[in-house]
Design a protein around this ligand. Structure first.
Ligand SMILES: [Zn+2]
Length: 468
């Protein structure tokens, strides 16, 4: 067998997922993600490893930016193949890529202004990695494929997309290559979700794979259980209501915002919290929620039951989706307690900043974090207990209650990762651990070796291997 695999991202780091698979005279990328870690961002500007024009297609596991965020650059530089992914992934990726382009354009405009003001020039030309136009030009290349059906992507090569349980539309991709009467299967994990996540179906378990490329984001950790999320949320809402303040929930537009709605809906249905107004104040989260609503075939049984009973978390009575800026501003004039879900998830931009300006100095209000806060972000400074923070150019004292619920995660932990591969009826020829910080990836590889005794390695950036 002669199959070549090159690791072009998410190698001993978490972002920039990209693998080049070459077989039977064809070339495919599995994912084409953007690097988001400061240390690796310069790689986004590097020329592609092979000319984009020579690629026959991209197989996309899911719509997170670290998996799809470099597609507009790929298309602008000559890619002409198909970007194959599930319909929900295509719909969410479109929203995310346009938003990403817009943010890059804004950042460039801001940087230029600053340089002008400071009368200096930076070391690099100030241009966006790609523009809105580039993102729009990428959209026609998306080619939606169904779940669990092998699709022919080349002579003797087929790909099958299986549920990953990570975000709506997410998949593990199994590629099967035939050469001279023999075949090999290569399983790309993408990101692996968790069992019994609200709304989503569970991850798929596999009986066979010759080669596995596997994520390890939380390969060295165990998540707390999810059972008390509703209790914590109940306490925070009730005590803030009693104090007479608002509850602000900075949240990512994809998955987390919808999950928060799911828990709020549960508490409302069970009469555990008062019937407060809930605002989803993020045009992006609203668009993504619409994608959720149009894909009930991806819901788990509990969620389907809610929809059947007309108790959908996306459509309860006091839920308001505020699309326009005027609607968003009007929220500030409401007396009494309201719940506001707004982006961005780490308070680095978006409407949450305006709500923070109006609430962070009020001891009766609560800022509730439901996701990871990276070092250097406004969200992290608030979580870390800074007494004063700068928002939109002004300083404000932090007097609001700062709360955090840690049970949310879209990634499998160490034991869940182990469960994902527990169905294999024989050892793979080799397993490659990727998509984890170097400590997590190495710890997970070591853990798997001990548990399974398999051939396991942690590839480095641009490593090339022959799969025989
Ligand atoms: Zn992901």
């Amino acid at each position: 067998m002669n199959i070549k695999l090159t690791f072009l991202g998410a190698t001993q780091n978490v972002t920039g997922s990209r693998y080049l698979l070459e077989a039977n005279g064809k070339r495919f990328l599995i994912d084409c993600g953007i690097y988001q870690e400061r240390d690796f961002r310069a790689r986004n500007w590097d020329p592609f490893y092979v000319p984009p024009k020579t690629l026959d297609g991209v197989l996309l596991t899911h719509a997170h930016l670290d998996h799809c965020g470099l597609l507009p650059k790929l298309v602008r530089e000559g890619f002409e193949g198909k970007i194959s992914c599930t319909p929900a992934t295509a719909e969410i990726a479109k929203i995310i890529l346009l938003d990403s382009a817009h943010i890059q354009e804004e950042d460039v405009a801001f940087k230029k202004k600053r340089h002008e003001k400071e009368k200096r020039t930076g070391p690099y030309p100030v241009v966006p990695l790609y523009t809105t136009e580039d993102a729009e030009a990428t959209l026609p290349y998306f080619d939606p494929v169904g779940y669990n059906k092998a699709i022919q992507i080349g002579d003797g090569i087929e790909a099958t997309y299986h549920e990953a349980g990570h975000i709506l539309g997410s998949t593990n991709i199994k590629v099967k290559v035939r050469q001279n009467g023999e075949s090999r299967t290569i399983l790309f994990s993408g990101d692996i979700g968790r069992w019994e996540t609200p709304i989503l179906l569970d991850p798929t378990i596999y009986e066979n794979a010759d080669y596995i490329i596997m994520e390890s984001t939380y390969g060295d950790r165990l998540h707390g259980d999810r059972d008390h999320i509703d209790d914590e949320l109940e306490e925070i809402i009730n005590s803030t209501h009693k104090a007479g303040g608002n509850i602000l929930i900075p949240s990512f537009a994809v998955e987390r915002s919808q999950e928060v709605l799911y828990y709020l809906n549960t508490l409302l249905n069970e009469d555990r919290i008062p019937h407060l107004m809930v605002f989803m104040d993020s045009p992006m989260a609203i668009s993504v929620t619409k994608v959720f609503e149009s894909h009930p075939e991806l819901f788990d049984e509990d969620m389907l039951e809610l929809v059947r009973r007309h108790e959908s978390p996306f459509d309860f009575q006091r839920l308001k989706m505020t699309n326009t800026v005027d609607e968003s501003k009007a929220i500030n004039h409401i007396r009494g307690t309201v719940i506001i879900i707004a982006g961005s998830g780490m308070c680095t931009g978006g409407r949450i900043k305006h709500h923070l300006v109006n609430n962070i100095h009020r001891p009766e209000s609560t800022v509730l974090f439901v996701g990871y806060q990276a070092v250097g972000t406004l969200g992290r400074r608030i979580v870390d207990g800074d007494e004063e923070v700068r928002i939109l150019g002004q300083y404000y004292p932090v007097r609001a209650r700062v709360a955090q619920i840690s049970g949310f995660s879209a990634h499998a932990d160490r034991n869940e990762l182990l469960k994902w591969i527990s169905g294999l009826n024989k050892p793979p020829k080799h397993l490659f651990v990727t998509h984890g910080e170097v400590e997590a990836a190495n710890a997970f590889a070591e853990f798997l070796r001990e548990q399974k005794g398999w051939e396991i390695s942690v590839p480095e950036y641009q490593d090339e291997v022959i799969l025989d």
